[in-house]
Design a binder for this molecule. Structure first.
Ligand code: G4P
Length: 297
């Protein structure tokens, strides 16, 4: 499902989320492990206020194992309780209960001191469209889960899913809008297929992807397509088109078609597990290296 965001959508989504925040103790934020920054809207910090925070790097089955760990550490360094999950297969889902309880430790302690024992923690899932919110909610609630139904007065119209004796989950997730203003964010969202393809053409998307892969995932294209990787993105795309037999009527290479293949292969992790964004510390190291090179040249 693809979304187009307009200011009206955003303010409605924000209003609904702000109302729901009053009902919960902890925000479970989903991001896409391949693009943890671009799939995250920083406005959630303001909306969540001082609620406890859990961040889940979802779809980690598609992203780079080394970067997954780095991102987890990065978010933990930012004060989140972080975990890797594959909502589709259920991997990592069990750890989410513990993550929620750890995130709410201070609240549980405060309740205990006030003599409130065993009050379930209330959680809400938030994230941008397509990040896997519904899949996650289905996965964590399982088939056996019973909905607790409306709680008159307090949670009118809201459905809660009882995950276990300690946690209840709001059954409707909060929808965040992506930060389109940054071109790179738009490119990354389009590459993972979370915004409509027609916003960016697949040719320019694939050239960007090729440049990134030949720099950070050397050999991935060679392995998938049997090409000799060059430093020139268009040359690589032409080599892929040749190998895949993408030809126009007159016999010229059909680079548009080859681009489509490439982007599909990336989305399905056929080029291997790839993460498109590195945690800020790593990015600054990369920048330093690049700066050093340019100075020495
Ligand atoms: P949303 O509520 O946040 O909008 O997202 P939703 O759950 O609808 O998930 C969007 C797509 O992401 C779905 O694929 C879903 O199967 C897939 N997905 C969710 N979590 C994971 C995960 O951890 N790993 C992988 N690989 N995929 C995940 P779809 O193409 O829309 O449907 P389908 O392919 O499942 O039929």
């Amino acid at each position: 499902m693809h979304f187009q965001w307009y200011p009206g959508h955003m303010s409605k989504a924000k209003r609904v989320m702000q109302e729901d925040m009053k009902l919960i103790d902890v925000v479970i934020e989903l991001v896409d492990a391949r693009i943890p920054l671009s799939s995250k809207n920083p406005d959630i910090n303001q909306i969540a206020g001082n609620k406890s925070r859990v961040i889940l790097l979802n779809k980690y089955d598609l992203s780079d194992d080394v970067q997954n760990q780095k991102w987890k550490e990065y978010f933990e360094s930012q004060g989140y309780i972080a975990a890797l999950v594959n909502s589709k297969k259920g991997d990592g889902i069990r750890k989410v209960n513990d993550a929620v309880i750890t995130a709410c430790k201070a609240k549980i302690e405060r309740d205990r001191k006030r003599g409130i024992l065993n009050r379930p923690l209330r959680a809400m899932v938030v994230g941008i469209p397509n990040v896997g919110k519904s899949t996650f909610i289905n996965s964590i609630s399982g088939k056996a889960s019973a909905k607790t139904g409306n709680k008159p007065g307090v949670t009118k119209g809201k459905q809660w899913i009882k995950l276990n004796k300690s946690i209840e989950l709001l059954d409707t997730p909060g929808i965040l809008w992506p930060k389109f203003e940054d071109q790179r964010v738009g490119l990354h969202l389009a590459l993972i297929g979370s915004i409509r393809d027609d916003i960016l053409n697949s040719y320019s998307m694939s050239l960007n992807l090729i440049s990134f892969l030949t720099m950070y995932y050397k050999g991935a294209l060679a392995e998938r397509y049997g090409i000799i990787e060059s430093e020139d993105a268009v040359e690589n795309l032409a080599a892929i088109a040749k190998k895949r037999g993408c030809l126009l009527k007159g016999g010229d290479l059909d680079l548009e078609k080859a681009s489509g293949f490439l982007v599909d292969d990336f989305r399905n992790a056929k080029l291997g597990k790839v993460t498109l964004e590195f945690p800020p510390e790593i990015e600054s190291e990369v920048l330093v290296e690049e700066t050093d090179n340019s100075i020495s040249e």
